[in-house]
Design a protein around this ligand. Structure first.
Ligand SMILES: [Zn+2]
Length: 258
């Protein structure tokens, strides 16, 4: 017999016509990417480099790149897990309108969600960008040049090259924020997965979705302060719950309105 909370989750998904998935670090831990806020995470070992320092000092830029290449192994090895795959499948079938993510690992794209359907609030660490002209750079050549010269990479235009992530002290990406708001406003189900929902703007999106009449589901191992406004909260491991969605989908599709 299916557990009532899981059944409710399946029903919410089945009756929704436009789902926004909002994902945080918890969805990627099964892919071997440590949650950087958890014990043993990167933030335990390093004080983050502020964007102002990055811009002001060659030393800070070198340190940022040194850390990047040191911690990059887990990101390079990581493969999407079942939760990423189920989301990709639902998005492909037009159930999911988009994925808004706090993650920088690129695993939603790797699982098959089209690039224009992934809204990355904190950027992406799998490539780099010139901060002045926005030219995109692959990491491999940058690493090789960095190892050879020991200098921080600079674009042909003279701008500094930085991983395409949003650092502390760096402005939130305006276009992404605007798109995320539009998507949140027009969805009828907002599912937050693997986010503790303590970092802005995550919190804002949940309240915004609810305010505009969407149902709200939260799937996270630990309680969050938004549980009280959610239509459903599941304090469980993410993988099995999302897998159940894939297994139950055939039945759900039959039950859907035409
Ligand atoms: Zn440039």
């Amino acid at each position: 017999m299916i557990d009532p909370e899981i059944r409710r989750f399946h029903e919410l998904v089945a009756s929704a016509s436009r789902i926004v998935f909002f994902t945080g670090a918890g969805i990627s831990t099964d892919s071997g990417i440590p949650d950087f806020r958890s014990p043993g995470g990167v933030w335990d070992r390093f004080k983050p480099i502020d964007f102002g320092d990055f811009m002001a000092s060659e030393e800070a830029r070198i340190e940022a790149w040194r850390r990047k290449f040191e911690t990059d192994k887990s990101i390079r090895r990581a493969k999407p897990n079942i939760a990423h795959t189920v989301i990709a499948d639902l998005t492909d079938k037009k159930k999911g309108s988009c994925v808004i993510t706090q993650n920088i690992d690129g695993l939603h794209q790797a699982s098959g969600v089209r690039g224009d359907r992934v809204i990355e609030l904190h950027g992406n660490t799998t490539y780099a960008k010139c901060l002045r002209c926005q030219t995109r750079y692959a990491l491999d050549p940058i690493r090789k040049a960095f190892e050879k010269s020991g200098r921080a990479p600079v674009c042909e235009c003279g701008g500094y090259i930085k991983t395409a992530t949003i650092s502390f002290g760096q402005a939130m990406p305006e276009a992404e924020m605007a798109r995320a708001e539009d998507e949140t406003r027009s969805c009828d189900l907002f599912i937050a997965i693997g986010s503790s929902l303590v970092v802005q703007p995550a919190a804002g999106f949940l309240a915004f979705a609810k305010h505009h009449g969407a149902k709200l589901a939260i799937l996270n191992r630990d309680p969050t302060e938004f549980d009280r406004i959610a239509d459903l909260t599941l304090h469980r491991e993410i993988g099995p719950v999302m897998a159940s969605l894939a297994q139950g989908r055939a039945a759900l599709e039959n039950a859907e309105e035409p």
